[in-house]
Design a protein around this ligand. Structure first.
Ligand SMILES: Cc1cc2nc3c(=O)[nH]c(=O)nc-3n(C[C@H](O)[C@H](O)[C@H](O)COP(=O)(O)OP(=O)(O)OC[C@H]3O[C@@H](n4cnc5c(N)ncnc54)[C@H](O)[C@@H]3O)c2cc1C
Length: 197
């Protein structure tokens, strides 16, 4: 069963995981890369060196970030941020924000390493220019798939089938049970299509 997360739950996940996938687009071409980020209310901070994603976000600041916690196939939480990219240049106007970004990002050990490593792999195409940036959160949505509801529905269905096969109830009664579970949305996706009634 999939439930919506409220805004607070979404923000708690963003704060907890600090890692996600950043999507940007240029000339109708999407581009997604994994990144680390630091959350604070209403924004995410990131650190990079100039490469494709920075060039593209400068051109088109509309971005999307996905972050998740996956425990199992039926046990996961996923959050989407729709946001706006803003660069934090090394100028007096942005000094306080850069300091704030830096102090949040440095809570992760070697927080600067992926950005610097990327500048090394791309050679001097863009130069090793470090970039602090921020994603202003315009909208956030979250989904959680919980295993308990799935297990409950499977147990109920299994019990019905066992009773039917042992002759305690007529097979047509289990069909009704399947329909009922299906209506309650306790069974969805491939499981739903396996129901034969
Ligand atoms: C867990 C994790 C966390 C990361 N955190 C950060 C971070 O905080 N900051 C940061 O700057 N980078 C981080 N990276 C690296 C990041 O995913 C990018 O590889 C890197 O930032 C370079 O992106 P770019 O757009 O500048 O690409 P460029 O260096 O311009 O790359 C050019 C081309 O290389 C390919 N490419 C680039 N990145 C990847 C990739 N990840 N996988 C496959 N192909 C790729 C693409 O085809 C792209 O067109 C992280 C990576 C991982 C796995």
């Amino acid at each position: 069963m999939i439930q919506d997360l409220n805004k607070q739950e979404c923000c708690e996940l963003l704060k907890r995981v600090g890692c996600g996938r950043l999507a940007c687009a240029s000339k109708n071409q999407p581009y997604v890369v994994p990144i680390y980020f630091a959350y604070e209310p209403n924004r995410l901070f990131g650190f990079s060196t100039v490469g494709q994603k920075i060039v593209w976000m400068r051109e088109n600041p509309r971005v999307c970030v996905e972050a998740d916690e996956v425990i199992g196939q039926d046990n996961w939480t996923s959050v989407l941020v729709f946001g706006r990219y803003e660069e934090l240049p090394d100028s007096p106007k942005y000094a306080a924000l850069r300091l704030n970004a830096h102090s949040l990002l440095e809570k992760r050990t070697l927080w600067w390493r992926p950005a610097i490593a990327s500048s090394e792999t791309r050679g001097q195409r863009f130069g090793p220019f470090p970039v602090f940036y921020c994603i202003h959160i315009v909208e956030v949505t979250g989904h959680r798939s919980s295993p308990d509801q799935q297990k409950v529905s499977q147990r109920i269905l299994q019990r019905g089938e066992n009773r039917a096969t042992s002759g305690l109830i007529r097979p047509e009664r289990t069909k009704g049970l399947s329909r009922k579970l299906s209506r309650l949305s306790l069974i969805s996706g491939p499981e739903k299509s396996q129901i034969t009634d």
